[in-house]
Design a protein around this ligand. Structure first.
Ligand code: ADP
Length: 252
């Protein structure tokens, strides 16, 4: 139990949905340039819970702290203060190795500039998280990768190099890759930001489909109000704080 927790916040359980929380944040803060003359706090105490299976948009103006928050939740950067739990486990004091294990076990990433390995095939890219996690891709990992690529409509492109695919196709590969280890949470930073409207809608629909089918929670940074409106809930940041319209755990 953390010191800042109030009585209506049962740890690990989302107050509104009654479901376990996949992510729980208490008074999360992030500063850059600590100890330098340009030290700046960019997140000023964030309290949010995301329930298992929730499909949630993270919105707010440019510079409001959305990517920073996603990086903290994805265990890519440490918070400066506050408490962050992933799948019920507090991340405070965990070393890099433990964070990597927690990240690999529970979180899939879909970023705008997909970070695929361009010289590797679509299939190899989708198997990459398994290779990183187990040192080798098993026949089972390969079967999962084939299945996911078929599901995102790329069965006939499996053996093409990622660098030879279109932007929309690469983003489909990125989604298949994010799902390859069946994460309980998908973090997507502007997953449709560089795509035309039609392709963006397709990619968004895929995320929604996997959310409904597999129960993976999704937190999606988007500037597109149309897409945000189609999420179950919107978390809004303004200048590093939750906007008044965003409640701790209330679906929209
Ligand atoms: P958003 O994703 O909403 O556009 P960001 O999280 O990228 O916002 O940035 C929030 C604030 O933090 C901005 O003022 C940005 O300049 C600052 N910031 C982000 N990353 C760094 C960093 N590595 N070092 C210093 N400042 C940063």
């Amino acid at each position: 139990m953390t010191s800042g927790m109030t009585s209506n916040m049962t740890p690990g359980v989302n107050k509104a949905t009654g479901k376990p929380a996949i992510i729980s944040m208490r008074n999360l803060r992030k500063s850059y340039g600590i100890g330098t003359p340009v030290e700046t706090e960019v997140l000023h105490g964030i309290d949010v819970e995301l329930a298992e299976g929730e499909f949630c948009a993270l919105i707010g103006p440019s510079g409001s702290g959305k990517s920073t928050l996603l990086n903290l939740i994805g265990l890519l950067e440490p918070p400066t203060a506050g408490e962050l739990s992933v799948a019920g486990q507090s991340t405070t004091g965990l070393n890099e190795q433990a964070l990597t294990v927690l990240r690999g076990r529970h979180i899939g990433f879909v970023f705008q500039f997909h970070h695929l390995l361009p010289a590797f095939t679509a299939l190899e890219n989708v198997m990459m998280p398994a290779i990183i996690a187990h040192g080798v891709a098993t026949a089972q990992d390969e079967a999962v990768a084939h299945d996911l690529l078929a599901r995102v409509g790329l069965a006939s492109h499996e053996y093409k190099k990622a660098g030879q695919l279109s932007g929309g196709q690469q983003q489909r590969v990125a989604i298949a890759r994010a799902l390859s280890l069946s994460p309980r949470l998908i973090l997507a930073d502007e997953p449709t930001g560089n795509l035309d409207t039609h392709t963006a809608d397709d990619i968004f629909a895929l995320l929604r489909e996997f959310n409904r089918e597999r129960g993976s929670a999704c937190l999606i940074v988007t500037h597109d109000p149309r897409l945000a409106a189609r999420c179950d809930r919107r978390i809004e940041l303004v200048d590093g704080r939750l906007a008044a319209s965003t409640s701790v755990a209330e679906p929209a």
